[in-house]
Ligand binder design. Sequence first.
Ligand code: SF4
Length: 343
Amino acid sequence: MTTIEWAGAAAIVDGPGGYAGIDATPEWAEEVRRLARERNATLLAHNYQLPAIQDIADHVGDSLALSRIAAEAEEDTIVFCGVHFMAETAKILSPNKTVLIPDERAGCSLADSITADQLREWKAEYPDAVVVSYVNTTAEVKGLTDICCTSSNAVDVVASIDPDREVLFLPDQFLGAHVKRVTGRENMHIWAGECHVHAGINGEELAAQAKSHPDADLFVHPECGCATSALYLAGEGFVPDDKVKILSTGGMIDAARATGAKQVLVATEVGMLHQLRKAAPGIDFQAVNDRASCPYMKMITPASLLRCLREGKDEVHVDPAVAERARLSVQRMIAIGNPGGGE
Ligand code: SF4
């Protein structure tokens, strides 16, 4: 089968939610694999991708884990099925590789909640502060950052900073609140950013779900609006302490394999359920909010992946000077240890 002979390839249309018109059929999968081999490309998919995209990828995981796989891959082209800042991070760590994203319009409301100019202004207000940025930030913001962090190591990163130095933590206010509570650090300023998907998972929903599923474990991603509520509920005795697990997406997979629970309530983007069900098929995984679906992640469709591999688009570029500074902030984080995988 060749690209031209395959009739399905002609059906790609550019719609409001991204490229559409192609179903994830066995013919599509065969064509994707063939084109990936032809381009000497490795396919990476984030945990929040559509199941069909996760299933065709060479590797599935969290953002930082995938960027590290990209850097070590033998292939010279990386196709990053995720959102734009993730593909940028892969490019920062693999400057000599070609990094493609199937649709460059796949953004992130959290990364967009602070621009490089806003960060410059904030830094000017606190010139001696150490800037700690969660990995959900643009390359330009990372380039103005002292140390990056993931949800797995945000506490360790902040704890590693001289207690007398002020800290600017960005962009996620819920992760910031979690870190401030655990470290007890008063001289920490938190940017009021949020992810609209995670912020939509709230404490009331979590409390109601916990009440109606008393034997279930609760897996909570610390970016969720409910992370604070989950800890509060545990503290008040509504949910047993040992039932609430605050985890990165990669940590959820490990915890799924280790838990003895028959049912797990999951508070993060719904795409995560696919990998959890594959990792532990005997457990009943339920979303705390089944409407928590990221529209940016879902812009990576069977059609956009096919277009990407056929046309070599969209290529991700990062200014080399920005990439160099951004790389240092990521490397400082890795040196502190336990980076986990980010979102
Ligand atoms: S789920 Fe939220 S933080 Fe993650 S990519 Fe989507 S908008 Fe960004």
